[in-house]
Design a protein around this ligand. Structure first.
Ligand code: NZQ
Ligand code: ZN
Length: 392
């Protein structure tokens, strides 16, 4: 293993922490841009509680609402413009991953005179990697992406039908104020998708990473087992604060760099899913739930030992040897059953995709990201035909 670990986000975690928002913000700026999604925070009282805390701390704020799921670059531009026009010096992202991602890119766009889409990784030309951003404070209302404590953001361009990512150290939020109570109102389907998203973040690193990462494997298995224990409880009873708390912490750890430190793998399932969402505005983790088990069956033929370990340690199967493909496949079946049991789709026919576009989906995915041989990074690296096979 050969790696660096850096995560400067100050994590403030616990029930009731929302009331500290004003104090936290006042250490980073005087006027905040408060970024929100399609209105859930206004309907459930979170917005009023957040603004009351800001006012109590003497903070003023401007608003950018209406960030859509699969946030669009046009929304990013609108938010950056408001921040400039209103003289904001700090950004608050109050919402799900979409709101947090849009807010992060607004923060970088604030300092960038070119088109903010230049910052998003979408093949050639090479993206403009931002080096400067307004301070961002994330306040997640949905446990899923881990965006609250990482340096990534995923943005869509509806005109070009592209959805892709930007990663830059300046995008790490200064602080993540994580109050699990805010997730009590998340609907059942989004709760299940959140569990699937966090599981996929961990399985991508687990299966695509380099060999010999025993401690990272154990971290990953811990996150998987925790999510599989508490996720169904949060799905069954959305008011179960303990379950919400455990799922939210798992979602943060799954993608804040700690579990996958040193694994150095690709995220092929995510890359394929982003293409489908770009075309059809699919909920991110609904797409992952379909693609991940299919990708696992494809990848297990190339690296059965890791899938055997997964089957043994997660589901308690006993393999005949480290290359026991039957055991590996049984583990994948059980994983898929779990996703189904919490209400995720597991077949492409359950999503609004177009079977006649498989070749285009594969080509678009590769256009966004490919290695020197033109393949999608991962274990194994995937050709156009491999991607089509997984979709089929
Ligand atoms: O928009 P509002 O009205 O707030 O409603 C949202 C939205 O409809 C709703 N919601 C959020 N919190 C709620 C709530 N409803 C009731 N009560 C609450 N407390 O849930 C819906 C989905 O929200 P969204 O933010 O889109 O979901 P999620 O957090 O799953 O974020 C998905 C986005 O993040 C990207 C995805 O690609 C997708 O665009 N990702 C970002 C990553 C990152 N930055 O590291 C990594 C991920 O792999 C992912 O790609
Ligand atoms: Zn994801």
């Amino acid at each position: 293993m050969n790696f660096e670990f850096y995560n400067p986000t100050h994590l403030i975690f616990g029930t009731g922490k929302l009331s500290h928002l004003g104090d936290v913000i006042s250490t980073y700026g005087k006027k905040a841009l408060l970024v929100t999604g399609g209105g859930s925070v206004k309907r459930n009282g979170t917005f009023d509680r957040a603004t009351a805390s800001l006012e109590a701390a003497g903070m003023s704020f401007a608003e950018c609402d209406g960030v859509e799921p699969n946030p669009r670059i046009t929304t990013v531009k609108r938010g950056a413009r408001i921040a400039r026009d209103q003289g904001c010096d700090v950004i608050i992202a109050l919402g799900g991953g979409s709101t947090m991602d849009a807010a992060k890119v607004m923060a970088a766009a604030y300092y960038y005179d070119g088109d903010p889409w230049d910052m998003i990784h979408h093949g050639q030309p090479r993206p403009h990697v931002p080096t400067r951003a307004l301070p961002v404070i994330t306040v997640p209302t949905l446990a899923a992406t881990g965006s609250e404590m990482n340096m990534g953001a995923v943005i869509s361009n509806e005109q070009t039908k592209e959805k892709s990512f930007v990663q830059a150290p300046c995008l790490y939020p200064k602080a993540a104020l994580v109050d699990p109570e805010l997730t009590l109102s998340v609907p059942r389907d989004q709760t299940a998708y959140g569990v699937c998203d966090l599981l996929t973040h961990v399985t991508e690193a687990y299966f695509n990473g380099v060999d010999a990462t025993p401690l990272q494997d154990r971290f990953a298995e811990g996150v998987i087992l925790t999510a599989m224990e508490w996720g169904p409880k949060a799905v069954a009873d959305g008011r179960d604060l303990e379950a919400r708390t455990q799922v939210q912490w798992a979602s943060i750890v799954a993608l804040n760099g700690w579990v996958n430190a040193g694994t150095n793998g690709g995220f092929p399932v995510h890359m394929i899913e982003h293409t489908l969402s770009a075309y059809h505005d699919i909920t991110h983790a609904a797409g992952l739930a379909v693609i991940n088990p299919s990708w696992m069956r494809f990848a297990a033929r190339h690296r059965s030992d890791k899938f055997v370990q997964f089957a043994e340690r997660i589901f308690g199967f006993t393999a005949k040897g480290t290359d026991d493909l039957d055991c590996a496949l049984q583990g994948i079946d059980r994983f898929e059953d779990f996703l189904k049991s919490i209400g995720c789709p597991t077949r492409l026919s359950e999503l609004p995709v177009d079977d006649s576009l498989f070749t285009r989906y594969a080509q678009d995915t590769l256009r966004v990201l490919h290695d020197k041989k033109g393949r999608l990074p991962g274990r194994p690296p995937m050709s156009e035909n491999d991607i089509i096979e997984v979709l089929k």
